[in-house]
Ligand binder design. Structure first.
Ligand code: ATP
Ligand code: MG
Length: 416
């Protein structure tokens, strides 16, 4: 039997309703906050990701699904959405119509990393990006949006972690100090960190290996290296979060695995997911639009890990399944076409109607209606058709009434 590819997964009925609910609640909230949807392709020229995410990042070095297509072009299944949204913002000159653009997208991402709980090779993200606003208040707005979303989804075990990654002015000083610090401790780092400590030292800060975490406890902090502008910006983020009563912690180890971030960076972490505890991550990436050939335009955004969110929401809201308004139990195959017409007419009127095409006994059809949690059952056989009236049973009260077949669709609708 052919099985799924490792690290990929199916989302089956029963689980998919949670995803739909999350999506509905999220989209409505994003729209309340002024975001518009953008849909972007799942494949792009490899260069887009290599240039934006950075050649020395884990994603570009070893996680991307990259291949040559039939015309020989080097293409990649997108590992994240920000680069594509920026590309679209630049390519369609959205900034020319209105520099401030608030965009969101929802869809699958692909990273060939080690599959485990909360970590898949095809996973889903909800992305939101704000272009054209330099004020740190919009970073705060994004965090407010996320905490509002989690509260609407009844997810309570979360905390916002924030940090500043500085800017091209002040980060090099910190990078140098960090590189010096790491050089004195190479033998205690995991092999991954020992390799990346020179090329991408910031990434060592959020290594999940316990030995590295211990080692990094005394590492220099970016906070001590921020330039006055970055510091003022970060103070403003903190003051405004406090004013809004949003709990947060300043986490000096918080960095992102992508090179384009600067200044405010944040992550929403949960206590309910074990090791893969980040449900959403984001921050400012002021240099990226220009780097990709667009105007010098500040930008900030976040990505929610949909799979991880679905995992914790399931713990909190009861299963949600839409049950049929009516089940049409038809006796005798010769009557199926007629009843099928009624079922279609009910569907057109917006009634969720189901019927049985097996020609099985009334008892087994009633059993099936019960299992589907149908609210009503309409019973129709030769006798009912001869007498011109069908039986409508309310499955909750068990009450049965007889309703005329002449004008049956309207008669049923009136009774539901
Ligand atoms: P992590 O440190 O968990 O690897 P990341 O820094 O690689 O996360 P981002 O690129 O910032 O993650 O993506 C944002 C969110 O997408 C993460 O917070 C997480 O919830 C989710 N995510 C990232 N990679 C995966 C994956 N392989 N499977 C499921 N969800 C993922
Ligand atoms: Mg990762």
């Amino acid at each position: 039997m052919i099985q799924l590819i490792k690290g990929f997964k199916d989302i089956l009925p029963g689980e998919v309703e949670i995803w739909q609910q999350i999506e509905k609640i999220t989209v409505s909230l994003l729209e309340d906050f002024g975001f518009k949807e953008i849909r972007i392709p799942i494949m792009e020229h490899t260069e887009l990701f290599a240039r934006s995410i950075g050649e020395d990042t884990d994603i570009v070095e070893k996680e991307m699904y990259t291949f040559r297509d039939r015309s020989g072009d080097l293409v990649t299944l997108r590992p994240e959405a920000t680069a594509s949204i920026c590309r679209a913002y630049i390519q369609h000159k959205l900034f020319a119509k209105e520099p401030v653009q608030k965009l969101f997208t929802i869809g699958p991402m692909f990273r060939c990393e080690k599959p485990q709980k909360g970590r898949y090779r095809q996973f889903y993200q909800i992305n939101a990006e704000i272009f054209g606003v330099a004020s740190p208040l919009v970073d705060v707005e994004l965090i407010v949006l996320l905490t509002t979303l989690f509260s609407r989804l009844s997810v309570s075990d979360i905390k916002a972690h924030i940090n500043s990654l500085g800017c091209p002015e002040c980060r090099p000083g910190f990078k140098a100090a960090l590189t010096d610090f790491l050089a004195s401790r190479t033998e205690n780092l995991c092999s991954n960190c020992a390799r990346r400590k020179d090329r991408n030292p910031l990434r060592v800060l959020d290594c999940k290996v316990p030995g590295c975490r211990e080692e990094m406890a005394e590492s220099p902090s970016l906070m001590d290296y921020l330039c006055p502008e970055c510091l003022q910006d970060f103070e403003s983020v903190k003051t405004n979060l406090e004013a809004l009563n949003i709990p947060f912690v300043v986490d000096k180890r918080l960095v992102r695995g992508l090179d384009y971030y600067n200044r405010t960076t944040f992550e929403i972490q949960t206590g309910s997911l074990g090791a893969q505890n980040a449900v959403a991550g984001g921050g400012r990436y002021d240099g990226l639009v220009k780097e990709l050939g667009g105007p010098d335009m500040p930008a900030t955004g976040f990505a929610i890990g949909f799979d991880r969110l679905a995992e914790i929401v399931r713990l909190n809201i009861p299963e949600y399944v839409k049950t049929p308004d009516i089940f049409l139990a038809v006796l005798g195959k010769q009557n199926q076409s007629l009843v099928f017409e009624w079922k279609c007419a009910l569907g057109i009127k917006g009634v969720k109607a189901e019927m049985d095409f097996s020609g099985r006994s009334l008892k087994s059809q009633m059993k099936r209606a019960d299992k589907m949690k149908a609210k009503h059952v309409l019973i129709v056989g030769d006798n009912e058709i001869k007498e011109g009236s069908a039986i409508l049973r309310n499955m909750v009260t068990k009450e049965q009434v007889s309703i005329p077949i002449n004008g049956i669709v309207e008669n049923v609708v009136a009774k539901l």
